[in-house]
Design a protein around this ligand. Structure first.
Ligand code: AMP
Length: 405
């Protein structure tokens, strides 16, 4: 049998990791990046693009570029909220009520599982190249709130990608595994996961290798993209006032604004001030126009006050649903690239008076946990017995092959 890898199939980004010499290793893609945007596109030439290349054409070729497809996995069209239908590409309901994603370039339609499979395939190919041996199996992570249909769709995506899906593992469980939190006494963990497009809070109980998700809450429409958008609007409003041109109306300019905004946001996690320079952002009869400005961290934080406010209630909700208070939490685990923002860390500290676990890269921690689980299954990692329990609908799925009611 070939290698078994761990895959974090995220809404915005995906990551693949594998056990090597008893240690989890994140595999970089061919562009040298350790995270791959969960974006699939078809170029004007009809070429399939996955990852950064697809993301780069998202504003210019929106109808043929698919992001955040995870939101549609295992869902019926009728279950979708109006917001989740609002995407730059076209989705429709087929005869059986399932979601289909239109690809005008190829004059085809895809099921969400097929698009996810293209991402999984790309990751598995990168891993095969890195390892020099075929990847045949995977542990794939899913949000703790995923129901059976969503978990099944994830398995199907793996199968379409030619992988044997050995386990579907809850993301908060994977993150806790990456910190070795399973190796201690009974404890209660809060996993705070703020990614690119979604926010999840989970409360887990771990005892003797049994991970039980006690409660989950979150906001499926809140993530790092919203923080980028604050900067985009700030830049565009300034420019509008000065030049009377709304840059958001031009696709090329908007694409550049979005990229610059994300870059500035990321820089402001490390430094307190950043310069934003976009030469030739547009042109008028008077000639080319440039955008040059400076953003200070405190200014950025002011712009994002409402977003930070929206992070509070799911934390309170998850604690209340688990019948706990913040004092009952033994460990806090940060997951998702957006938890690198100082204002987010500060919020977590203010809600739960504990220093969060953040030694493992927050955007890699779930994939690392998935690789450890893959290691457990292939017996590369010994002495861990893992049972992952979700107290959701009837017909509970337990990961570890045991059913618990
Ligand atoms: P994830 O889905 O976990 O990969 O998170 C991706 C999100 O994290 C994107 O919105 C990124 O812009 C954001 N992100 C990554 N690194 C940083 C950073 N250093 N500071 C702020 N946001 C970041």
């Amino acid at each position: 049998m070939g290698k078994v890898v761990g895959i974090d199939l995220g809404t915005t980004n995906s990551v693949i990791a594998v056990m090597e010499g008893g240690k989890p290793v994140v595999i970089a893609n061919s562009e040298g990046m350790r995270t791959t945007p969960s974006v699939v596109g078809f170029s004007n030439d009809g070429e399939q693009l996955v990852g950064q290349m697809a993301r780069r054409q998202s504003v210019l070729n929106p109808q043929n570029t698919y992001s955040a497809v995870k939101r549609y996995m295992g869902r019926r069209y009728a279950e979708l909220s109006p917001e989740s239908k609002r995407v730059p590409y076209t989705i429709r309901k087929d005869e059986s009520g399932n979601i289909k994603i239109k690809c005008p370039r190829l004059r085809k339609e895809f099921a969400p599982e097929e698009v996810s499979a293209m991402i999984l395939r790309k990751l598995a190919e990168e891993a095969t190249r890195y390892l020099g041996e075929p990847v045949t199996g995977a542990v794939i992570t899913v949000p703790a709130y995923f129901n059976d249909a969503q978990r099944q769709a994830t398995r199907d995506a793996g199968r379409i990608a030619g992988l044997e899906v050995m386990r579907v593992l809850n993301e908060p469980t994977a993150a806790s595994l990456a910190y070795g939190l399973d190796r201690r006494e009974q404890q209660t963990i809060l996993v705070f996961d703020l990614g690119g497009g979604t926010f999840d809070v989970s409360v887990l109980d771990i005892d003797d290798g049994v991970f039980e998700v006690k409660a989950t809450a979150g906001d499926t429409q809140l993530g790092g993209n919203d923080f980028d958008k604050k900067i985009v609007d700030w830049l565009a409003d300034q420019f509008l006032e000065k030049e009377s041109i709304d840059l958001r109306r031009d696709r090329q300019s908007l694409q550049r604004l979005m990229e610059a905004a994300e870059k500035a946001k990321i820089e402001l996690s490390g430094v307190t001030v950043t310069d934003i320079n976009l030469p030739f952002i547009t042109a008028t009869e008077d000639g080319p126009k440039h955008l040059e400005t400076r953003l200070v961290r405190s200014q950025f934080e002011d712009l994002c006050r409402d977003l930070i406010g929206r992070l509070r209630s799911p934390v309170k909700q998850a604690l209340a649903d688990a019948n706990l208070t913040s004092r009952d939490i033994d460990e806090v685990v940060l997951v998702g690239g957006s938890t690198r923002m100082p204002m987010v860390k500060q919020l977590v500290r203010s809600l739960i008076d504990r220093e969060p676990n953040e030694n493992v890269n927050p955007d890699e921690v779930v994939a690392v946990g998935a690789a450890i689980q893959a290691g457990i299954l292939t017996q590369e990692v010994r002495d861990i017995m893992l049972l992952d329990v979700i107290p959701l609908s009837l017909g509970l799925e337990t990961i570890g092959g045991v059913t618990k009611n």
